[in-house]
Ligand binder design. Sequence first.
Ligand SMILES: Cc1ncc(COP(=O)(O)O)c(C=O)c1O
Ligand SMILES: [Zn+2]
Length: 514
Amino acid sequence: MMIVVVALHLIQVFLYGAYKKPREATWMVGVGLLLLTLGYGSSEAASPFPIVSRACASVFRLLSGPYNKGFMPAELACIEERCRARFPITDIIYNCPKCGGLLDAVYPDPPPAADLRALWLGRRTSNAPLDQSGVWRFREFLPFLPNYDSVVTLREGNTPLLDAPQAARYGGLDRLTFKHQGFNPTGSFKDNGMTCGIAQALRLGKRRVACVSTGNTSASMAAYASAAGLQPIIFIPHGNIAYGKLAQALEYGARTLQVEANFDQILALVRRLAERLDIYLLNSMNPFRIEGQKTIMVEMMEQRDWRPPDWVVLPGGNLGNTSAFGKALREMKAAGLIGRLPRLAVVQAEGSAPFYDLWRAADRSRLNPVVHPQTLATAIKIGDPVSWPKALREVEASHGVVEKVTEQEIADAKAIVGRCGIGCEPASAATLAGIRKLTAAGSIPADADVVAVLTGNVLKDPDYIYRYHTGDLKSPSGARIEPNYGNRPIMVPNDEAQIAAILDSQLGNTPKQG
Ligand SMILES: Cc1ncc(COP(=O)(O)O)c(C=O)c1O
Ligand SMILES: [Zn+2]
């Protein structure tokens, strides 16, 4: 058998050397190894001989590495400086088995920046599903799959950059643009990551996927898992989820378990269950979801013709997005796609702000969890964010800041985003509230070029909206939230004259028709 492999390797060298055909050359090695592992099953993780499979994968890497950098190998790498252990990309691990640290997907250098820009731009006119995805269009930037057979796309990403002059004024800026992830298929940025997480689950031969979620992750996972023919199982904190999101999870067919515990407690429980029931976990510590979320930044840079803004502002909950954005920006800079890093500003809700506390602490080596996190912005109601070490690394690398805002500030900022004709869910509005605070404090100058990422759609939490505008919204402490920008519906009799009079008094003279 070894003779066959050696012969194929010689053909590979010839193909690469004479015809510069790296993909074909790599295929030759692949065929050799396929022969070697024949009968061991198509799914890497499903192999009954994992040691043989792993040895073959190492040989494969050794042979294909120098010839085709973009194709393989991707690896998982521990982010802890003292460890930096590496693992095969197909290992089902969510933390480093050696030290417990978080894991990053890492790759060899990408193709030259000019080639990537041209390739990605060209794909905008393609009708191929993969090219129409705002995630997979940038696939050279997340090359963790050996091929794209396992990808299910709902055409995620492709979200707009919107100018919002009224919000800019409110935030103390000359100009502000929103990158609105609420335009995604299930209405949040989670779709960018979920298409990748589900592709990895399929590639690993998994049949069941699960997540613990404050809402948007479950909605997204339910949709993508069902579209891929997998069984979605979601765990949600009892009574802490916006109805728009729960409704989505049910409609998309997820087995839904409401647990009498908070997010952090349920996450610990589900990690234990995952092993027992052979479930693939799709929470935000899943490194493949982070890879997908990177494309939010790549797409934004492309929309700005690769001119980085001064600041990127985003809400912080579990801090997966902060980790993804920072990684994307660093990788784009390293690849020569952008010339400098924008600064990251992460905004948390006051009652749920462990990352803010960490940022302000003299010692940033340990995060103190908030045991009973409180905020009406349920998407960021996280007391013990799993991704904080990655997020800290990214905020520091970008010379960024962390801010916190009150429930009243979030509610008012949300109403302003609505008045721009844009709208968003409460957690997303923390960005504008944070910008207002940061400009007032002089941390962000008025003429700064700022992009705020709106993470979720306005319809995710309609109950919050109605209560705010009718003066019925109360913060978790019981304090009334003032409808400073409220828009209460008016009860009117069924009487034309009276309605006209009311409108006249409310709106000024009504314009004459004709
Ligand atoms: C709408 C919305 N905004 C912000 C967040 C927080 O994102 P992260 O957990 O990545 O910090 C979430 C997470 O669920 C979300 O759904
Ligand atoms: Zn480690």
